[in-house]
Design a protein around this ligand. Structure first.
Ligand code: SF4
Ligand code: SF4
Length: 78
């Protein structure tokens, strides 16, 4: 197992709920909320129980730059 971990954040105020990121994520990390937000949009959301590999396909395909992927450094063992 890799020690690289990635944190996925949906910038929901930019998301229009098109679902492209959900379709393109090979890991199934993303889904569309069932409940519309205050704008009436069913935004993308992140599954906590699925690992992100940092492939960036979701962030690349998102037409609204609404996804941030950040690499989380593994703790240094002493
Ligand atoms: S970076 Fe890749 S694995 Fe991670 S959520 Fe996006 S598409 Fe899925
Ligand atoms: S591709 Fe972007 S705009 Fe479309 S659902 Fe995903 S985060 Fe939202």
């Amino acid at each position: 197992m890799s020690d690289k971990r990635f944190e996925v954040t949906i910038l929901t105020h930019f998301c229009k709920g098109c679902g492209l990121c959900v379709e393109f994520c090979p890991e199934g990390k993303l889904y569309i909320e069932q409940k519309p937000d205050m704008r009436g949009i069913q935004a993308a959301a992140v599954r906590a129980d699925v690992d992100c590999t940092g492939c960036l396909q979701c962030a690349t395909i998102c037409p609204d730059a609404a996804i941030e992927i950040v690499r989380v450094e593994a703790p240094v063992s002493t």
